[in-house]
Structures are given as structure tokens and as C-alpha cells.
Ligand binder design. Structure first.
Ligand SMILES: [Zn+2]
Ligand SMILES: [Zn+2]
Length: 72
């Protein structure tokens, strides 16, 4: 495992995100998190979005289009 902290830089993008995603999929599997509908347009097919990857259980549900939109 690479220790990025030792370099005193920011986390590499993607690592925290994939970790947060893993937490969500596990929680969905266990039923401790419920998949909602898109908070912007109400679409049923949603992806989990994290405002803060250090809080992996705090997710917002967004469809692909709206998800793209908030990531610009
Ligand atoms: Zn949407
Ligand atoms: Zn997102």
C-alpha cells in the first residue's frame, strides 16, 4: 500500500471515492442504506453521490445526468 500521507499531499483522487462507493454498496446490500430517487429530477435509476468522501454513509441520490451536472 502506498502511503500518500507521508508526502503531505492531498489524497489521490479516486481512492477515497472508490472506498466510499464500497461502503455504500455494502450498506445497500445489508439494507442499512436505502436507495432513493434522484433528488433533482426524481428519476428512479440513481447513483450515489458523496459531498464528502470522508462521510461515506452520507450519500445523495442522483441519476446519471444530474450526477454529471453537479460534477460539471
Ligand atoms: Zn436526475
Ligand atoms: Zn458524485
Amino acid at each position: 500500500m502506498r502511503d500518500w500521507r507521508a508526502r503531505g499531499r492531498e489524497k489521490p483522487p479516486g481512492l477515497a471515492e472508490s472506498r466510499a462507493r464500497a461502503v455504500v454498496s455494502m450498506a445497500l446490500h445489508r439494507g442499512t442504506i436505502k436507495r432513493g430517487s434522484c433528488e433533482r429530477c426524481g428519476a428512479a435509476k440513481v447513483e450515489a453521490h458523496h459531498d464528502d468522501y470522508t462521510k461515506p454513509r452520507q450519500v445523495r441520490w442522483l441519476c446519471r445526468a444530474c450526477h454529471k451536472h453537479i460534477h460539471f
